[in-house]
Design a binder for this molecule. Structure first.
Ligand code: COA
Length: 261
């Protein structure tokens, strides 16, 4: 499929989605959001893709937020639809059947920070800046930020960012646990691909179950989460990947996962 505002490149089991509105710091307008959803739906079914990387075009921004020129037209009725639609797309990322890694290469603000938070892992460049500056527009985050940021870094730290709208740099985002690792900008994509290749070499059925099990920890009690883990663990034990992984270990060779279930 051809997209206007995103670039999709697929190579070697990895798909790179680049949000491509560099003149607007990759702000999320309605077209970006709908193309992002279409692109994800396309990748969900693509058996040649194991891992998705999400980044922004240029070296200045990952995504500088929802497009404020569109945002400014919202009223109480349209805002509900706007927020629900955005949350739906970010939930799709969070619950995606393949790992989604954010390569945060600059400003990740407002909806851009929320987009990164919806991804399964976040790698950042040293020049990246994170923040939820909606308060400066008389708003609160509406694409899941109040929930995901709070679960990730705790309510006091989350409220400090949301109530002040202050931006933090990549080092502080790392210290708070928002990002997994920080690299010089020129290394960011290579390091992200290394992580993606590493994950793509594993048995993809187990990868899917791991994402589901970890995500479930945000939804249910610990007891229910443990029960869910047991059921997914058992499913993994019924796969050829499990037979291959364990036999390869015992035979002192590298496993070759066929990803057939
Ligand atoms: N929505 C729409 N346009 C945006 C945008 C957004 N969220 N963020 C940046 N842009 C546009 C600017 O309007 C400008 O467009 P123009 O050249 O047509 O005037 C262009 O991107 C470049 O941004 P600019 O502000 O000139 O860059 P800067 O380096 O001076 O500042 C930021 C960078 C990120 C600090 C600043 O753009 C900013 O504060 N953006 C809004 C962040 C925000 O509040 N996001 C949350 C929205 S809910």
């Amino acid at each position: 499929m051809i997209y206007q505002t995103i670039i999709l490149e697929i190579n070697n089991k990895n798909a790179l989605i680049t949000i491509n509105r560099p003149d607007k710091l990759n702000a999320l307008n309605a077209i970006v959001m709908s193309e992002l959803r279409d692109c994800l739906m396309e990748l969900k079914k693509n058996e040649n893709v194991s891992v998705i990387i999400l980044t922004g075009s240029g070296q200045k921004a990952f995504v500088a937020g929802a497009d404020i020129s569109e945002l400014s037209n919202l009223d109480m009725i349209s805002a509900k639809e706007f927020s629900e639609k955005g949350q739906g797309i970010f939930n799709l990322i969070e619950n995606f059947n393949k790992p989604v890694i954010a390569a945060v290469n600059g400003f990740a603000l407002g909806g851009g920070c929320e987009l990164a938070l919806a991804c399964h892992m976040r790698l950042a460049s040293e020049n990246a800046k994170f923040g939820q500056p909606e308060i400066n527009l008389g708003l609160i985050p509406g694409y899941g930020g109040t929930q995901r940021l709070t679960r990730l870094i705790n309510s006091g730290r989350s409220l400090e960012l949301i109530l002040t709208g202050d931006l933090i740099d990549a080092a502080e985002a790392y210290r708070l646990g928002i990002v997994n690792k920080v690299f010089p900008i020129e290394e960011l994509m290579n390091k992200t691909y290394q992580l993606a290749f590493n994950i793509a070499s594993k048995g993809q059925y187990a990868i899917r179950q791991a994402i589901k099990a970890v995500n479930m920890s945000n939804e249910v009690s610990r007891r229910e989460g443990l029960n869910f883990e047991t059921s997914l663990f058992s499913l993994c034990c019924g796969t050829d990947d499990f037979k291959e992984g364990t036999s390869a270990f015992l035979a002192k060779r590298k496993p070759v996962f066929k990803n057939k279930y």
